[in-house]
Design a protein around this ligand. Structure first.
Ligand code: C2E
Ligand code: CA
Ligand code: CA
Length: 617
């Protein structure tokens, strides 16, 4: 039997093997009772696989088997083959799985991409971006539908939002002119009130009212009136700076809000008035409507703020009040709400007119105030403008220089001073003592920032033939507040040309030592306010001593202005200041008097004494 199945056989009784076809393949464990098994496959400790068939031998008439034949077949080889087959199958199956998963993943990816784009679009819609180039291009019907729906939604929402925005814009705009309306103006005003309180710069509210609009509307029709208002709206906008706002309050009332005016109130007032004048001019230019030329006129009320507890409504009321007064005055009027401002500006306007004539007629003349050493010997002079009046009085520079600064006439004043100083210097050439003396000219910071300053100075030096080395220029310390590049470049160019630079009014507050180092300077001029209190005010005395030390350390020469008595002079001398200008020595005087004084001093020096005391204007 064993042979027939290519295996082995064993005969067992309950005590163990009785006969074996050797070698039997199984290692039987002691006491192992094989016959009790029915049929089994087993794996031996050596790893061999076998299949066993148990044939119990039951004697005739008996009930129990007394022995068992075990047929065993070695399956090790076929198990190995089976294992290989199994393993290969697993690997193949796994490979298939991986391939399927990869394919599925790619397929899903491709299918989901349109979905993701749709989701992105939805996300952008959520953020208010309704632009989309989403196409219903997915091959999956459901996703294509999602794309389609998203696209439609974006389109409709975009449209709705446009309408909303347009409505919001209309709520803040005047429909006729597209200018801000009262509501938006009030918002701007509110904001401006906060800003001026923070920056200390002024702002102005101008209320503009057309004088003869009603007549035009009645005679030429509303459509003509509308077009006129549109034309004016455009002109006003064009005349103003970008940061300014023109609004229409309705009817023929416009408002301009000017921000970022000067911190100086009267300068701000002058600027607001100038701009009001320009708006009136813009109004007066003829407007052509239906082949008819219309010439308009208007009145403007101005209120400047901050004034205290400003509210938008209050400011509008003030501007309205001022505008009403302007109308009372007649056409083309401008009026300020603030009566003091109104008076100042009227006086300034008057002065400006007079000054224009005076400048044309070169009525302004320089006087010279001597600068002296401790012994009173004259070292030079400062040119100070004088404006003589027909009645023999003269208007002080303290009055007309600020006006000239406001109106820009200061450039003319400066040029006149330069011309007269250079002319004088030229006349002094070859004359004893005089030809060594420099003249200092005051130039306004505004002048010193002019891009063509050097051209102007060079031309004057050339025309007059004065030596640049004798010309000094005084720069007030306030330039430091805005020592911009063009200004510094101008100062450097002047210095390169040989003109010496003095920093005027030094100590009054603007300069940092850093600026002092950056500016090309030769002289520091101690402001007269310090000199005045030198004897009584310990702080001022300290400041003067400090300025003297700074000048010394920076290699600058030092001069004190406003020296009125000997105590002041002595203090200054003790602290290293040896040049003075002031009433202790001389007032400013006409050029001819100065020349005579120098000549007398020279004569006096020849005789060994210098007596300049008591000589005054
Ligand atoms: P500043 O440049 O500080 O000129 C000195 C001023 O002090 C002059 O006043 C002068 O007369 C006055 N002064 C001189 N000695 C004494 C003194 O002992 N005591 C007192 N209390 N004052 C004295 P002025 O001539 O009235 O000029 C005033 C200001 O006007 C000048 O101040 C200057 O800033 C400006 N200014 C004058 N002329 C011109 C000019 O041609 N161009 C420019 N841009 N400004 C000028
Ligand atoms: Ca000066
Ligand atoms: Ca001064």
């Amino acid at each position: 039997m064993a042979e027939a199945i290519g295996g082995r056989a064993a005969l067992l009784d309950e005590r163990g093997p009785l006969a074996l076809t050797a070698p039997f393949l199984m290692a039987l464990a002691p006491g192992e009772r094989l016959h009790q098994q029915a049929a089994a496959s087993r794996v031996d400790a050596d790893g061999r696989h076998s299949q066993l068939v148990y044939l119990p031998l039951v004697p005739f008439g008996g009930e129990e088997a007394t022995a068992t034949v075990v047929l065993a077949r070695d399956l090790t080889e076929s198990v190995a083959t089976q294992n290989l087959i199994n393993a290969t199958t697993y690997v193949a199956a796994f490979g298939m799985l991986v391939l399927i998963a990869g394919g599925l993943y790619r397929w899903l990816g491709r299918t989901l991409r349109p979905m993701r784009r749709a989701m992105d679009t939805l996300d952008r819609i959520g953020h208010g971006d309704f632009e989309t180039d989403l196409q219903a291009d997915s091959r999956v019907a459901e996703i294509a539908r999602l794309q389609e729906v998203t696209r439609t939604m974006a389109g409709r929402l975009g449209h709705i939002v446009e309408i909303e925005e347009e409505n919001a814009r209309l709520a803040f705009r005047d429909a006729l002119t597209d200018l801000p309306n009262r509501r938006l103006l009030l918002e701007h005003l509110e904001h401006a009130i906060h800003t001026v309180n923070r920056t200390r710069r002024h702002a102005a509210l101008l209320l503009i009212d057309l004088d003869n609009f009603k007549t035009l509307n009645d005679t030429c029709g509303h459509s003509a009136g509308d077009r006129l208002l549109q034309a004016l709206a455009q002109r006003f906008t064009a005349r103003l700076r970008d940061q300014d706002i023109v609004a229409r309050l309705g009817g023929d009332e416009f408002v301009a809000l000017l921000e970022e005016l000067s911190p100086d109130r009267s300068q701000a007032g002058a600027d607001a008035q100038r701009i009001a004048g320009e708006l009136l001019k813009a109004m007066r230019e003829p407007v052509r409507i239906d082949d008819i030329e219309h010439v308009m006129s208007g009145s403007i009320g101005i209120t400047l703020f901050p004034r205290g507890f400003d509210t938008p409504e209050e400011l509008l009321k003030q501007a309205d009040f001022a505008m009403y007064q302007a109308k009372q005055q007649g056409r083309n009027g401008v009026r300020f709400y603030d009566p003091a401002m109104q008076r100042t500006l009227l006086r300034e306007a008057e002065l400006e007119r007079k000054l224009r004539r005076a400048l044309q007629g070169e009525e302004l003349v320089i006087h010279l105030q001597p600068q002296v050493d401790p012994e009173g010997r004259i070292l030079g002079a400062e040119a100070l403008m004088r404006w003589p009046q027909p009645d023999g009085s003269w208007i002080s520079p303290g009055e007309f220089i600020p006006v000239a600064e406001h109106t820009g006439q200061i450039l003319e004043v400066g040029r006149l001073a330069l011309q007269q100083a250079c002319h004088t210097l030229r006349a002094w050439q070859g004359r004893p003592v005089l030809d060594r003396l420099p003249i200092s000219v005051n130039l306004s910071p505004h002048h010193l920032r002019q891009p063509r300053l050097m051209e102007e100075v060079t031309a004057i030096l050339d025309e007059t033939g004065a030596a640049a080395q004798r010309l000094h220029i005084e720069v007030t310390e306030s330039v430091m507040a805005d020592a911009s590049q063009p200004l510094i470049a101008n100062l450097e160019a002047l210095r390169a040309r040989g003109v010496a630079l003095a920093l005027d009014d030094f100590g009054t507050g603007y300069s940092s030592l850093g600026y002092l180092k950056r500016l090309p300077l030769d002289v520091l001029k101690i402001d007269r306010s310090f000199v005045q209190d030198i004897e009584h005010d310990a702080d001022d005395a300290n400041i003067v001593a400090t300025i003297a030390a700074i000048a010394h350390n920076m290699g600058l020469s030092l001069i004190a202005e406003g020296v009125e008595n000997e105590a002041q002079r002595d203090f200054l001398v003790r602290h290293g200041c040896h040049r003075f200008q002031g009433y202790l020595y001389h007032h400013a005087m006409p050029v001819a008097d100065f020349e005579a004084l120098v000549a007398a001093g020279t004569d006096a020096a020849d005789h060994g004494t210098i007596d300049t005391q008591g000589e005054q204007e």
